[in-house]
Design a protein around this ligand. Structure first.
Ligand code: PLP
Length: 431
């Protein structure tokens, strides 16, 4: 498999090169040259396969010959080594719980897969020492920190917006130490993301450090997200109509992976991109005009993205055909007030606790179902509610019990380096 740059000014590369460099030299995102089709046997037998086997089947064509089969098998098994239950919420609505990994958010699978691939390439002596430079709106940082902790030959530098991530999220990125450094930026996630983008385009810096990204622009983080949708379909009744899929969306990497799995033949139905007040994509689907905007803060902070980096991949997947895109995908905007109302209603009426991101998807799914009677589906519950106590605990009326992985971080010293929204300051730090 080769990957081409969506800006078409750099040569195509293999999976190894795309993983190591993150972004193409021309600043474009890498995109697979062909969309592999899942084998009919794979789809027929999906319900009975192990998660590791599913992962290997899905990832093999993308990885090609760059990682030997036995190594890829181990990497796949380690990346998906926890549960992904599809839990009934009530009639017609299921919740695909993606928060049972080490940092309690869905980004664990992509981060674990990518870190192990990069670790493999580093061990093979194929790369100079690598610095993973990543901007986080909340959950990426923790997942990347946990996934890369102690990986030899890889240093991790994480930029996060000061005061705009939850306490648990901050602990997950600032308390690990070792090869992980957190830069606390006096700005928004978009500021962090644009600082990172500048660093990648800086040729002087590139001579000092070999930089790569672990945001979902990196194919090794983006592509394994297809697995969630496969795991959901393993649990969806074989005879039932294709499910509607509601995805809480920020940078649009996760939903784009779902659309890719669908293009490969997975029997998913209509997609809903569930957004908070940051709505360039819902607006684009309504009007045909795409206008990036500065991010505004909301309760679902991991989705506070004003210019989603993966949206160009969705456009590419649909051949830049707005009509086709509108048929496959709708997008909706859910306010903070409606998010809280959804958490409260689902808790009080069904005894199921959503986090703010899952609640955005739930609200968008219910609005869609109100227009399409009988359309059953699932939402992606992308984070554990314990990561958002300020929103969830007043509704619950008590504290949420901390899962063991979070308890282990309590009381550990926070270590972060303050940074202004100033590229020269970041550069000085990295030089
Ligand atoms: C990152 C994240 C999202 C958004 O995913 P994208 O792939 O950026 O669209 C949604 N929910 C949670 C909890 C996240 O951490």
């Amino acid at each position: 498999m080769k990957y081409y740059s969506l800006r078409h000014q750099s040569p195509p590369v293999d999976f190894r090169q795309a993983t190591i460099t993150g972004q193409a030299p021309d600043g474009g995102l890498y995109f697979p040259e062909t969309i592999p089709k899942f084998q009919p046997g794979f789809l027929r037998e999906l319900h009975g396969l192990s998660k590791a086997t599913v992962a290997l089947n899905v990832m093999r064509p993308y990885v090609g010959a760059t990682i030997p089969e036995a190594d890829l098998q181990r990497i796949c098994a380690e990346a998906v080594g926890f549960e992904f239950p599809l839990v009934p919420v009530h009639e017609g609505v299921f919740s695909l719980e993606l928060f049972h990994g080490p940092t309690l958010a869905f980004k664990d699978v992509g981060a674990r897969f990518m870190s192990r691939c990069l670790g493999h390439f580093a061990k093979a002596g194929d790369t100079p020492p690598v610095t993973v430079l990543v901007a986080t709106s909340g959950d990426t940082g923790g997942a990347v920190a946990s996934g890369f902790l102690g990986v030899p030959g890889v240093e991790v530098v994480i930029l996060y917006p000061s005061g705009k991530v939850s306490p648990v999220q901050e602990q997950q990125l600032t308390t690990l130490g070792q090869n992980i450094t957190a830069l606390e930026v006096a700005g928004t996630f978009d500021d962090c993301q644009s600082l990172v983008k500048q660093a990648f385009l800086d040729s002087e810096l590139a001579q000092r450090r070999f930089l790569t990204s672990a945001n979902s622009i990196n194919v090794a983080r983006w592509l394994p997200q297809q697995l969630y949708y496969c795991f959901a379909m393993q649990q969806w009744p074989a005879e039932a109509p294709a499910p509607v899929v509601a995805v809480p969306s920020g940078n649009f990497g996760n939903i784009c992976a779902g659309l890719l799995a669908q293009a490969s033949g997975l029997g998913l139905g209509h997609f809903i991109a569930a957004c908070n007040a940051n709505e360039p994509v819902p607006q684009y689907l309504r009007t045909g005009t795409y206008t990036p905007r500065p991010a505004v803060p909301t309760f679902s902070n991991a989705m506070d993205v004003g210019n989603p980096s993966n949206f160009v991949r969705i456009l590419e997947l649909f051949g830049h055909d707005l009509g086709r895109l509108r048929t496959a995908l709708s997008a909706d905007t859910v306010s903070d007030a409606d998010t809280v109302a959804a958490i409260r209603q689902v808790w009080e009426q069904h005894g199921y606790l959503l986090d703010p991101h899952g609640a955005v998807a739930y609200a968008a799914l219910r609005r869609y179902q109100a227009q399409h009677a009988g359309a059953a589906g699932f939402l992606l519950a992308t984070a554990h509610p314990v990561k958002f106590p300020d929103v969830v605990e007043p509704i619950l009326g008590r504290a949420i019990e901390l899962p063991a992985v979070v308890q282990a971080l309590q009381g550990r010293a926070k270590r972060s380096v303050p940074l202004a929204v100033d590229y020269e300051e970041l550069k000085a730090y990295l030089m």
